[in-house]
Design a protein around this ligand. Structure first.
Ligand code: NAD
Length: 489
């Protein structure tokens, strides 16, 4: 099967922060891959706009280096690099002042194409950029802005940011990125749920025992210590990425696969979430790796604060108070410096109501696991008879619903989340972007949890680097006679 690449309409994409880490690691390498795939029309332009004092050639050199470093299949595509670099321009600009804006305006003047502005800068500059764009006449009805996370640090700041952006842009022009939503498997989750008759009748508390969502990282805070220590796992991961996954797994079938129908259903899930009880949360902070402290310091050393109370791990249990999910717990877990890098949603079904087999045949449960990284794919554990003579013994086997085998290597072409999302921005499709009210609702649920920790002076429990988190997280499950799936790559 051959994958179809449909070129998007001509566009100018301005990347504010076009020399930064995210632009170099993700945005520009992703655009280059779309260029190689033939999705970028020949007249499309990418304009880097940042503080560095570069000219266009200097910027093209910087981007060439970034692509060579971060595109894993660069060797196959090197001959296309020049064609891509020719599409790049650069403007030195100050988001807070007036420098560079006239140059940018001149560059964009007189073109009749889609204009997209990617705010890949500190969120403290989002408001300035929106204001300058409007001041210089670049915020017209056809333009759109892409904003990066974090979107606020609590409900109040998110509201303020939404209000600021709304002064200059309509909601339909604002694309709030959560790159988890751009992952192939996340969209496949919707295809599996809503494209098959098989799952939906079972997708409720009558048949589902519980659902686990794990996003485990092996990295520590690295060079982001100062930022991370003001944020923590709850703000950095749960409020956005895990919440989005929870919404997609739990939402009602939308009437149509269109942006507002999908986002309305996600919003209902967030609004139906129960407040989390303090004893249903485990917080942790990673400790130094024994014998390797110099390379892998503990959390407090890494952030430079021996008394830091910020969590690098959180596990919690929550419920969704609606007809579909009443009684089915959702367990969320995320952490840094864990045993493996793994993002997975696991739907654990109930046991059959009655076993017709002998007791030693064992009791089994179907487990649907949706794996986002690494090795994106969906597997359903089904129970069959263990082959061979010797009576009826049951065994679980995985029914692999990974698409590579069925669709062939081209059909299963993996498109990075950023590539897909940027192309969606150009197409004007907001389905995989968060709406302002969703973000606010997610903060409204998260804020009391964080405020509770602050009020109680809660101190996160230490956990070993390379483990699956603090013992409290296991206790949370054990109390319910359940267990976490092992974190494995
Ligand atoms: P960075 O510090 O590496 O780059 C910042 C960029 O902003 C640079 O290009 C710089 O020149 C530009 N800049 C700074 N001040 C400016 C000003 N006054 N006017 C114009 N340009 C200015 O940051 P980053 O890591 O690339 O992050 C960018 C955004 O993306 C942030 O909002 C961050 O939270 C978000 N983000 C980053 C990552 C990541 O992996 N780096 C992941 C998720 C979200």
């Amino acid at each position: 099967m051959v994958s179809r690449v449909i070129p998007v309409d001509p566009f100018d994409l301005v990347i504010f922060g076009g020399t930064g880490d995210l632009a170099r690691r993700k945005i520009l390498p992703g655009l280059f891959r779309r260029f190689c795939a033939g999705q970028m029309p020949p007249s499309a332009r990418v304009i880097g706009a940042a503080r560095s004092d570069l000219d266009t050639q200097g910027y093209r050199d910087l981007v060439a280096d970034a692509i060579a470093e971060f595109n894993s299949d660069f060797d196959h595509e090197a001959d296309q690099l020049k064609g891509f670099l020719d599409r790049l321009e650069y403007v030195a600009i100050d988001a807070k002042g007036q420098e560079g804006w006239a140059d940018l305006q001149k560059l964009l003047q007189g073109t009749d194409r889609i204009e997209a502005y990617y705010f890949s800068v500190s969120p403290s500059l989002f408001g300035d950029l929106a204001e300058r764009l409007q001041q210089w006449g670049m915020a017209d009805a056809n333009s759109r802005i892409v904003v990066e996370k974090p979107f606020g640090r609590d409900l109040q700041t998110a509201r303020t940011l939404n209000a600021t952006l709304a002064k200059y842009f309509d909601e339909r022009q604002i694309y709030r990125i959560d790159h988890y939503l751009g992952k192939e498997t996340v969209q496949n989750l919707m295809a599996v749920r809503f494209g098959n008759m098989l799952f939906e009748p079972l997708w409720n508390s009558q048949y589902v025992d519980h659902i686990q969502i794990t996003v485990a990282e092996t990295v520590g805070v690295g060079g982001r210590g100062e930022y991370y220590d003001k944020s923590g796992a709850m703000r950095d991961m749960v409020q956005n990425h895990l919440m989005q996954l929870l919404c997609l797994i739990a939402m009602e079938p939308p009437a149509r696969f269109d942006p507002d129908a999908v986002r309305d259903e996600k919003l209902k899930v967030i609004r139906a979430l129960d407040p989390v009880k303090p004893h249903h949360i485990a917080r942790g902070q990673y400790q130094a790796e024994p014998c390797n402290e110099a390379h892998h310091p503990g959390y407090r050393t890494a952030v430079g604060d021996p008394r830091s109370r910020t969590e690098s791990f959180v596990a919690l249990k929550t419920h969704i108070s609606n007809w579909r999910w009443a009684g089915t717990p959702f367990y969320l877990r995320t952490g840094k410096r864990m045993a493996a890098r793994s993002s997975e949603i696991t739907v654990v079904f109930k046991e059959t109501p009655h076993s017709i087999f002998a007791e030693d045949a064992g009791r089994h449960r179907n487990v649907l696991s949706i794996r986002l990284q690494p090795n994106e794919g969906i597997t359903l554990g089904v129970t069959i008879k263990e082959p061979g003579p010797g009576g009826m013994r049951l065994v679980d086997v995985p029914l692999d619903m990974t698409f590579a085998d069925a669709l062939g290597p081209e059909g299963a072409e993996q498109v990075d989340a950023y590539e897909r999302l940027i192309m969606d921005v150009i197409r004007g499709n907001q389905t995989l972007f968060m709406r302002g009210d969703e973000v606010e609702a997610a903060w409204a649920w998260t804020d009391p949890i964080i405020q509770g920790w602050e009020a109680r002076n809660d101190v996160p429990k230490p956990y070993d680097s390379g483990s699956d988190g603090p013992t409290d997280a296991f206790e949370l499950m054990r109390r319910d006679q359940r267990q976490w799936r092992e974190v494995s790559a």
